[in-house]
Write a protein that binds this ligand. Structure first.
Ligand code: ATP
Length: 237
């Protein structure tokens, strides 16, 4: 199976200070991988570094087999990496349709395909993004990412500010996207149990270090390991 993302012995952080240390992680085509852990563990920093937005201190990140070191974010994105950042980063003054068309690489056909995963957006194409509910905004952010037909989709805390019932509806869509398009999905999520239900595998970071990794179903059934991981009290490798 094709490995879309490979992170080897990564140290990354800010101003030369590592907030992620010695991280090894990979995502294969068609897989949903959850990156979990308490606040400040380094999850967002890992995604930002993969996108080329935070420089690597040491170690290696390969996206589609090529090192991202020193490469510009838009060039990495162009090869098929889509990143839905925390906070969604929409154009709130523009309509749903305008937000989607701005993202689309090849126009209307890509928008139509992205909308197939979020049909409710097709009914509100003329509404301003700023007037949508949190759940609708998150759908728009994900649909926009899909318009570029990503091979690897990274979604950072999609559930932030959303009611659990909305999260329960949205997370399985990521599973469907991976199954139907063969894209790999790397998901940062605070709703651990829900994330483990849709993921194939998961990694748990605590204080910048990997404390647990494994099969999502096995982790979901091992509450004591999960809890210990969140407290940074275990090591499985
Ligand atoms: P959260 O769920 O809170 O977003 P996280 O696991 O995504 O947590 P990061 O946002 O990656 O964690 O933060 C990891 C560490 O890096 C934290 O200690 C944070 O304070 C620090 N940090 C994040 N952004 C910056 C920045 N721009 N400059 C300096 N330190 C930062």
């Amino acid at each position: 199976m094709e490995t879309l993302l490979e992170i080897n012995d990564l140290n990354t952080g800010y101003n030369g200070v590592s907030v992620v240390r010695g991280l090894n992680l990979h995502v294969n085509a068609g897989e949903v991988v959850a990156l979990l852990g308490p606040n400040g563990a380094g999850k967002t920093t890992t995604l930002l570094t993969t996108s080329g937005l935070v420089p690597i201190i040491s170690g290696e990140i390969k996206v589609f087999g090529k090192s991202v070191k020193g490469r510009r974010p838009h060039l990495i994105a162009r090869e098929g990496l889509a990143h839905v950042p925390e906070g969604r980063a929409l154009f709130y003054q523009l309509t749903v349709g305008e937000n989607l068309r701005l993202g689309a690489a090849r126009g209307a056909a890509d928008v139509k395909q992205a909308l197939a995963y979020f049909p409710i957006l097709a009914e509100i194409m003329d509404r301003r993004a700023g007037l949508l509910s949190g759940g609708e905004q998150q759908m728009l952010a994900m649909a926009r990412a899909l318009t570029v037909k990503p091979k690897l989709l990274m979604v950072d805390e999609m559930s932030l500010g959303l009611a659990p019932i909305i999260v329960e509806r949205l997370l399985p869509i990521l599973r469907t996207i991976a199954d139907e398009t063969g894209a790999g999905v790397l998901l940062v999520e605070q709703h651990v149990n829900m994330a483990l239900q849709v993921a194939d595998r998961a990694y748990i970071l605590s204080h910048g270090e990997l404390v647990t990794e494994g099969d999502a179903k096995e982790l979901a059934s091992n509450r004591s390991l999960l809890e210990a991981s969140y407290l940074g009290e275990t090591s499985s490798h």
